[in-house]
Design a protein around this ligand. Structure first.
Ligand SMILES: Nc1ncnc2c1ncn2[C@@H]1O[C@H](COP(=O)(O)OP(=O)(O)OP(=O)(O)O)[C@@H](O)[C@H]1O
Ligand SMILES: [Mg+2]
Length: 323
């Protein structure tokens, strides 16, 4: 459950006005966001809205032509953007870990699962004996609900859901305070999606971590997260506690996202057809977020926002989409 930010002091993660460009493409256009201790934040938006870019910026994994142009990111009080070398390597995995988009397909095909997880641990923590390392891997497998025999298996012997569980095991190996999972279930069958997502949430609770769950499956998000941040064209356009977002979505884009929950057979990246794909190479103002109810922030200066207060939001069908 969400913990009150004011009670625990500083949020675990604070992102202030972060801008990320790939050459002329403005992928992240001044994002402000916080994640509290113990919180699960959903980050949603259609394909190309900048979710993965923002996720990678938090770990400073943006590579050329990408560049974090400006902004500040604090995790556990550490200023990530001015940290370098060893401290940054240490911070990744031990403080924050990423389950990258599509990671289950990038497991090493010729290496046994147990060895891959061991390598991941050893890259960050070399103090362990062979025996304790093996025990550690077995307990990680158990945590993600995989049988011990997976230790000696190769990726091709595992189902998609099992491979994704292996990726989760690697990401939690060093007990990070923040887990960022980038579309961890979108390549999986619907039934498997739910069980893998539940495992992810369970390990997050066991580790007492916080989590950012990137995705576009609003139905899944509704069941898993405490708060949702909606991204459109590199900006957060609405953020609210999950129940509030679903009952009183204010921004037109959020309402279209909720309305376009993909069918259970849908495998394509999400595109909200009512919205024109924005030209990300054009400089655009960062929308100002205003609080419409406690903890519910919306880009009200934006042409798509519904200025009515949330209580009046029920008859809001006349959204004139752009384009
Ligand atoms: N390495 C790169 N080089 C150039 N442009 C990039 C690169 N990576 C991402 N982009 C561009 O940045 C924008 C944001 O991409 P990003 O991958 O962050 O979106 P996303 O919200 O994660 O999308 P998806 O839902 O498809 O994963 C897109 O316009 C994309 O084309
Ligand atoms: Mg992505």
């Amino acid at each position: 459950m969400t913990r009150d930010m004011t009670r625990s002091g500083e949020p675990l993660l604070r992102i202030d006005d972060v801008h990320v460009h790939y050459g002329r493409v403005i992928a992240v256009n001044g994002v402000d966001l916080t994640v509290s201790r113990g919180e699960t934040l959903g980050l949603v938006g259609e394909s190309g809205s900048g979710k993965s870019t923002l996720a990678m910026a938090i770990l400073r994994l943006i590579t050329p032509p990408g560049r974090i142009v400006s902004g500040r990111i604090h995790l556990n009080g550490v200023d990530i953007l001015s940290t370098g070398g060893r401290q940054l390597r240490q911070l990744r995995w031990t403080d924050v870990s990423l389950i990258p988009q599509g990671s289950m397909n990038s497991l090493n095909p010729v290496m046994r699962i147990g060895d891959q997880i061991q390598d991941a641990i050893e890259a960050h923590d070399r103090r362990q004996t062979k025996d304790s390392l093996r025990q550690r891997v077995l307990s990680l497998l158990d945590m993600v609900r995989l049988p011990a025999r997976v230790y000696g298996m190769y990726p091709h012997e595992l189902s998609g859901g099992m491979k994704q569980r292996v990726c989760i095991a690697m990401a939690i190996a060093l007990g990070p305070s923040l887990i960022i999972a980038d579309e961890p279930t979108s390549a999986l069958d619907v039934v498997v999606q739910k069980t893998v997502a539940e495992t992810l949430l369970k390990v997050k609770e066991e580790l007492n971590s916080s989590m950012i769950l990137v995705g576009h499956d609003m139905a899944l998000q509704a069941q898993l997260v405490d708060r949702i941040a909606v991204m459109y064209a590199g900006n957060i356009v609405e953020v609210a506690p999950v129940a509030e977002l679903f009952s009183n979505p204010v921004h037109a884009y959020t309402r279209h996202l909720i309305a376009s929950v993909p069918s259970i057979t849908e495998r394509k990246p999400l595109v909200v057809k009512e919205f024109q794909r924005p030209d990300l190479t054009t400089a655009r103002p960062k929308p100002e977020l205003r609080e419409v109810s406690p903890g519910h922030l919306v880009a009200l200066d934006d042409e798509h926002s519904d200025r009515r207060t949330s209580g009046e939001a029920s008859e809001r069908e006349e959204v004139i989409p752009r384009g």
